[in-house]
Design a protein around this ligand. Structure first.
Ligand SMILES: [Zn+2]
Length: 72
């Protein structure tokens, strides 16, 4: 049984295929974008653009981390 948990890293940007936490510069709302290589839509103000545009700012990356089993 695989047991993975998601953590948000704010100290690195990660890879393009990883989900990211993005801040909308139009309304300052932070939301989650699944990929960086496509258009994203702000969940609050519906601003739509690519992540590389000045409308959005990447603030963190979502990493899947396997829980380590504690040895008995
Ligand atoms: Zn917005």
């Amino acid at each position: 049984m695989t047991d993975a948990t998601e953590v948000i890293r704010f100290d690195c940007v990660g890879d393009t295929h990883e989900p990211h936490i993005v801040k909308c510069n139009n309304c300052n709302k932070e939301f989650r974008a699944e990929k960086m290589d496509q258009h994203v839509t702000c969940s609050s103000c519906r601003q739509k653009d690519t992540l590389s545009s000045k409308d959005f700012e990447v603030v963190g990356v979502v990493r899947k981390v396997k829980k380590e089993l504690t040895p008995h």
